[in-house]
Design a protein around this ligand. Structure first.
Ligand code: PLP
Length: 366
């Protein structure tokens, strides 16, 4: 009899399909200029101070990195007003999400998520043999009472992607307060704030670090991939209670975050000018798209992030393929089961205009 080689949880897994790489689209379509609005990257490029830091650090790559990323942790502790012991540094937010699952989730636990949302919450939970309970968005918002009702004595963890990917809506301070009042303190609440800097200009966005003292089983996750533009070196961090952080740091890979990434993040943290410019450009680009969508009478989610989710009223696979022929890569909504919706990252003003113009041509052809 054939022995089953693989973890039983893998049986139901579908491979994750990332956005098409620029190089592949160039080759396939014989194009030279590509506008990638598919992965919520920074259209202004990397933080200049991060680049300088990488160049300085490159001469030392014969040496292993600092395993605890202590210099970066010290910088972050000052920047955030937390203790070094509250921090875990990861090879991108993705690694941290996997680490959260490995640290907390047992077989038989329940984990509450919304839908549509970031896929790793589901895959990491299923991999650990736990059950996902889905509370879909309601009228473009988190369903707070739905979340409360979904929590049982089996619930280990709840994920709140804030702003939510792919939709860009937020859970407001008022909503979060209401939710946290009803969720037992031994349930771990993960606030995924990968798009924090974009959302924090909204006065209704919660100041999540303030919840930690009252509620130590809160995890706040952020990344340098988006606003700082260093997705390619892979680095993110989370803030939680000292006890939770110690457990996670126990099982992380020894040298999970490389030397160049650690230095790039330190540079990026000092580069508030780049962050500010990026956020300003983001809202210009969003308002260009919103104006166009309003003219077309398209339904869209008001965005608090560097992407927008819109119903273009035609199948997203067709629009995705037609745009790709013009050298524009977006994320089609059918991946999440939202067939006529598109998730489009913000570009420079010229890139955003190109997207609008080409979409108009495609829609007119019908
Ligand atoms: C909601 C959310 N969380 C976490 C991440 C992980 O980002 P990274 O691994 O690049 O830090 C992403 C990336 O797209 C995201 O959209």
């Amino acid at each position: 009899m054939k022995k089953n080689l693989y973890r039983k949880e893998l049986a139901g897994f579908k491979p994750y399909v990332p956005g098409k790489p620029i190089e592949e689209v160039k080759r396939e379509y014989g194009l030279t200029d590509i506008v990638k609005l598919a992965s919520n990257e920074n259209p202004l490029g990397p933080s200049p101070l991060a680049m300088e830091a990488v160049i300085r650090a490159v001469k030392d790559i014969n040496l292993y990195p600092e395993s605890t990323a202590v210099e970066l942790k010290r910088d972050l502790a000052v920047y955030l007003g937390v203790k070094v012991e509250n921090l875990v540094i990861g090879n991108g937010g993705e690694e941290l999400l996997m680490l959260i699952a490995q640290t907390f989730i047992n077989e038989g636990d329940e984990v509450v998520v919304t839908a549509p949302s970031f896929g790793i919450y589901n895959t990491s939970t299923c991999l650990m043999g736990a059950r996902i309970i889905t509370v879909p968005l309601q009228k473009k918002n988190f369903d707070i009472s739905g979340y409360c009702m979904a929590v049982t004595d089996k619930t280990k963890l709840i994920y709140l992607c804030n702003p939510n990917n792919p939709t860009g809506n937020i859970i407001t301070k008022t909503e979060l307060d209401e939710l946290l009042k009803k969720i037992p303190k031994n349930v771990v609440v993960v606030l995924d704030e990968a798009y924090y800097e974009f959302a924090s200009v909204n006065p209704d966005y919660p100041k999540s670090l303030g919840y930690l003292e009252e509620r130590p089983n809160t995890i706040i996750l952020r990344t340098f991939s988006k606003v700082s533009g260093i997705a390619g070196v892979r680095i993110g961090y989370l803030v939680t209670s000292e006890e939770n952080a110690a457990e996670m740091n126990k099982i992380k890979l020894t040298f999970n975050v490389n030397r160049l990434a650690q230095e790039a993040a330190r540079g990026a943290l000092r580069d508030q000018e780049h962050i500010q410019k990026t956020v300003e450009l983001n809202y210009k680009s969003l308002s260009m798209m919103e104006a166009y969508f309003n003219k077309k009478e398209f339904d869209f989610f008001p965005s608090n992030a560097n992407f927008i989710f819109v119903n273009a009223k035609q199948h997203s696979k067709i629009i995705f393929e037609e745009l790709m022929k013009k050298g524009i890569i977006i994320r089609p909504g059918y991946f999440w089961g939202w067939d006529t919706w598109l998730r489009v990252s913000t570009g420079t003003e010229a890139q955003t205009q190109k997207f609008i113009d080409e979409l108009e041509v495609i829609l007119c052809k019908g």
